[in-house]
Design a protein around this ligand. Structure first.
Ligand code: NIG
Ligand code: FE
Length: 388
């Protein structure tokens, strides 16, 4: 693999400790890794050279929450919602019908299309979930197809109770039949803990078994109402509690308590597009950050509540409507996502990290919020390879 030097960087966001953004900087990508970071004037020669022209360079987005394995369309549900109908977990079942009926090739084409769409907008690392088949064969198929195209895969057999099934019996199947069969394809297990999905006892049982089987855990928690989801996430040592719209002080205290755990914190993963699209109150991002809770931003790309692959949209919304600074939002969408996936190889521009880098057609990351909705991606490198 040829080494690339990118120089004349107007603003370089490294996410290393509290290091401020560097100016007049350069980086070298070699063998898929970041090989050098420093001042532009001192940059070593490399096989190839890219003049960033004073543009802003930052780590590729780490999207730590998406649901790309689905078929069908929920435009009408979305239209009804914007006309005033509230969102309820049951909408998932219409996607389940379409997903079960789709061929492998149809499902795979959707995953590839959305993964490519994300990559072209700077997302160099993307997690995705199963959870739209809700039977053994379909969940295993979803995990197998996801594993071909996503960087990390999460088993979400416990999205809602399989149609026509008794909840206890379904949870038993998730634990004893699905989990062992998806095990080879997934790194994570997730549960949607909510009224209309799974209650606290079921969520605890599934996540405890998944953890004991060696999977990492995460949970859809406190999305539509207050509940025990966040507490359960902290209890089982989950890497992430996702959504977090309805938090009590005790929930925030529990996350603060987990922040210094030796095996890693429980990150609060916030999904602003879902909040806007379902008209939920925004997650209390400012309260979480001020309390010292690590925060990630993710798209939650799915056909029901958040049909976007744009991490730029998430960053802009977090800044414009949730009270984050640009620096906090960019960190949450890169290093925060990496923490939510317990990875140290992505989300930072530091020697030895995976060479996942994006260049904006703008002089600073401030433009991500200053020019919302504008496609600012100028170049993307993933593992040192230019993919856009
Ligand atoms: O993250 N909250 C549960 N799951 C998805 C929505 C799924 C759907 O409505 O299809 C979410 O919002
Ligand atoms: Fe989700």
């Amino acid at each position: 693999m040829t080494a690339v030097v990118i120089d004349n960087i107007g603003e370089l966001t490294t996410n290393v400790d509290d290091e401020p953004a560097l100016h007049d900087a350069a980086i070298v990508l070699d063998e898929g890794r970041i090989a050098w970071v420093g001042e532009s004037a001192g940059a070593p020669a490399a096989d190839r050279h890219l003049d960033a022209g004073g543009r802003a360079v930052l780590p590729g987005w780490v999207d730590s929450h998406s649901h790309l394995v689905f078929a069908g369309d929920r435009t009408s549900e979305f239209e009804a919602r914007v006309a005033g109908q509230p969102y309820a977990a049951g909408g998932i079942l219409s996607t389940v019908r379409a997903t079960r009926a789709a061929s492998d090739a149809q499902l795979e084409a959707t995953i590839v299309r959305l993964r490519q769409e994300a990559l072209e907008q700077g997302t160099t690392f993307m997690e995705t979930k199963t959870g739209y088949s809700l039977n053994v064969e379909g969940e295993v198929r979803s995990a197998r197809l996801a594993a071909r195209h996503a960087d990390d895969v999460t088993f979400l057999g416990a999205h809602v109770v399989g149609p026509g099934r008794d909840a206890d019996e379904y949870v038993d199947e998730v634990i004893h039949v699905m989990l062992p069969q998806v095990r080879g394809y997934v790194r994570w297990a997730d549960v949607f803990c909510e009224q209309g999905a799974f209650g606290p006892d079921h969520a605890r049982a599934i996540l405890a078994v998944a953890r004991d089987a060696g999977l990492g855990t995460r949970i859809h928690a406190n999305q539509l109402s207050q509940g025990e989801g966040v507490q359960i996430g902290v209890e089982v040592g989950a890497a992430s509690v996702d959504h977090c719209n309805h938090l009590s002080d005790a929930d925030i205290d529990a996350l603060v308590g987990a922040a210094s755990r030796p095996d890693g914190p429980t990150v609060a993963t916030l999904v602003p597009c879902c909040d806007v699209s379902t008209r939920q109150p925004f997650a209390p991002a400012r309260r979480l950050l001020d309390a010292g809770v690590p925060v990630a931003l993710a798209t939650d790309c799915n056909p029901g509540t958040s049909f976007t692959t744009s991490m730029g949209y998430c960053v802009a919304t977090a800044v414009l409507q949730m009270g984050l600074s640009v620096r906090e939002a960019v960190f949450a969408a890169t290093a925060g996502g990496a923490a939510a996936l317990r990875r140290t190889d992505v989300g930072r521009i530091v020697v030895g990290a995976r060479a996942d880098v994006q260049i904006l057609d703008a002089p600073s990351t401030v433009h991500l919020a200053y020019r919302p909705g504008v496609p600012l991606t100028w170049a993307v490198f993933r593992g040192g390879v230019r993919v856009r």
